[in-house]
Design a protein around this ligand. Structure first.
Ligand SMILES: Cc1cc2nc3c(=O)[nH]c(=O)nc-3n(C[C@H](O)[C@H](O)[C@H](O)COP(=O)(O)O)c2cc1C
Length: 190
């Protein structure tokens, strides 16, 4: 698949078929993550691949609780209709765990380092694109409390579960959310 076609054609998938994803395909996607840039090549990420239905159920329960909480605090009505069932139906969940110690020189700034989060985001985008090129759908999911996910997955306090990437064969058509004209977002300083 041509790169620009892949970038434009990738969509956030929220409906998956039950069909599993083979381990060599998962590893291919994860290897693409490892080629992302990171501060001082610190490779600030770790990944947990979840296929176990009981663990997926626990993650679903946490996210669904957050969804209801989010609706209360924000008043956003769409959260009432938004379902996080895909956390159970996606055959694979990849938990992306960042290491704040692997953040580069910004660790010494007063506001603390966030380079490790940028690195993880770059790794996530690589996974999205490679999964898309392999005919799979993905979703970048963040509606959870990090401490609750730490507890479910036994992740130590000094590591940060930043995102859960749902991976599987997409089911149904996914509409394309429009983008603003890029000219509205660009300033040239010459
Ligand atoms: C940092 C980040 C967090 C996101 N969190 C969620 C999420 O918790 N739930 C969800 O359904 N989509 C989530 N998304 C996906 C966005 O909703 C989606 O990318 C956006 O609507 C544009 O759609 P597209 O990816 O199909 O182009 C997230 C995306 C990013 C980059």
């Amino acid at each position: 698949m041509e790169l620009f076609e892949a970038i434009k054609g990738r969509r956030s998938c929220r409906s998956f078929s039950q069909e599993g994803v083979e381990e060599d395909i998962i590893m291919k996607i994860l290897e693409s993550a490892s080629w992302a840039p990171s501060p001082m090549n610190a490779q600030s990420w770790e990944f947990m691949v979840i296929e176990n239905p009981d663990i997926k159920e626990k993650i679903f329960q946490e996210a669904d609780y957050r969804r209801k909480w989010g609706q209360e605090v924000s008043g956003w009505k769409w959260l009432g209709k938004y379902s996080v069932e895909f956390l159970k139906t996606a055959p694979v969940l990849i938990v992306v765990i960042g290491d704040p110690k692997k953040t580069g020189l910004d660790a010494f700034l007063e506001e603390g380092g966030v380079g490790y989060q940028h690195a993880c985001a770059a790794a996530i985008q690589n996974m999205h694109l490679s999964a898309h090129a392999l005919g799979l759908g993905t979703l970048w999911f963040t509606l959870f409390d990090r401490n609750e996910i730490r507890k479910i997955l036994d992740i130590p306090q000094d590591k940060v579960p930043l995102a859960i990437i749902c991976v599987g064969k997409p089911e149904g058509d996914i509409p394309t959310p429009p983008r603003k004209d890029i000219k509205e977002k660009v300033t040239f300083i010459r």
